[in-house]
Design a binder for this molecule. Structure first.
Ligand code: BJW
Length: 230
């Protein structure tokens, strides 16, 4: 049975009210990447970084999954083969939409990470600078987020899934951040058919066999319905 690997990005959560990064008015238009999404930025000004993620955590906590998240959960439940969802998103809208298993390669807003010992625990609504780790007591709590220059999570598992994929889809991602932007090449090299679903062509659009443009709440349910009808 066909194995489907799906990569999602900020565009899938845009219609749930969570901002993307690189669209006009997106998060990177309001904050410098180097200040809020690098380990160096955190070392320089931890209060700024904690405030940035506290605000995003609060917003994500009240966001509702949209028709695209729900459609992917339906695909996972009804497809006779495996459906692996890999998300770059740090929100939990796939899970709220009913997805069973999701690989969060860039971390999660609802988790805290100890920079000293690597322990993880549920993040409080507001994380403060120097908050102690419940395991080792070091004052080293940080958001469990993969910043630039850090190794994304679950990469061995993701690359193993890509090497066995029959169909690869990228949804709502600009294709500008690696290693995720390279997944299409990896899947294609393994013989998978590839499809991009995005509002606009991504930076890697030429590498896909098929493209579908439009808002995710329209294109994703349509695509899922077609797959399940075949
Ligand atoms: C809609 C829509 C709607 C809108 N419906 N669509 C030079 C060359 C190559 C690589 C590098 C390089 N220099 C440095 C690097 C590596 C670096 C990198 O890629 N830099 C680039 C900028 C060049 N990458 C890293 O450092 C990564 N680590 C790493 O590489 O480790 C080494 C390694 C080696 C070998 C194997 C594996 C690893 C770490 C990257 C960490 C990224 N972190 C961030 C922030 C933290 C999370 C957070 O705060 O939320 O993650 S950056 C930010 O970008 C965030 C996102 O997950 C990520 C991707 O963004 P995404 O999701 O694509 O969003 P947008 O806004 O860019 O695009 C939205 C899209 O949706 C658009 O296309 C819209 O059109 C569309 N859209 N509305 C459908 N309604």
């Amino acid at each position: 049975m066909e194995k489907i690997v799906i990569l999602t990005g900020a565009g899938i959560s845009a219609e749930s009210g969570l901002g993307t990064f690189r669209d006009a008015g997106g998060l990177w238009a309001q904050h410098r990447i180097e200040d809020v999404a690098t380990p160096e930025g955190f070392a320089r000004d931890p209060a700024l970084v904690q405030a940035f993620y506290n605000a995003r955590r609060a917003k994500a906590a009240t966001a509702r999954p949209n028709a695209a998240h729900v459609a992917l959960a339906r695909l996972q439940a009804d497809w006779p083969g495996a459906v692996v969802i890999v998300t770059q998103n740090v929100d939990d809208l796939h899970e709220k939409g009913g997805a069973q298993e999701v690989l969060h390669m860039h971390g999660r807003l609802d988790q805290a990470l100890c920079a000293a010992c690597g322990h993880r625990w549920p993040a409080p609504e507001e994380m403060e600078v120097g908050e102690p780790c419940p395991a080792c007591r070091a004052p080293s709590a940080r958001p469990d987020i993969v910043w630039f220059g850090e190794m994304p999570y679950d990469m061995d598992e993701v690359f193993a899934h890509l090497s066995g994929a029959d169909l690869f889809a990228a949804i709502g991602t600009s294709g500008q951040v690696y290693p995720a932007a390279g997944f299409v090449q990896e899947a294609a090299a393994a013989g998978a058919r590839t499809v991009e679903l995005n509002l606009e062509p991504s930076a890697t659009v030429s590498q896909f066999d098929e493209t579908r443009f439009g808002p995710a709440t329209r294109t994703v349910p349509e695509w899922v319905a077609e797959l399940l009808a075949d």
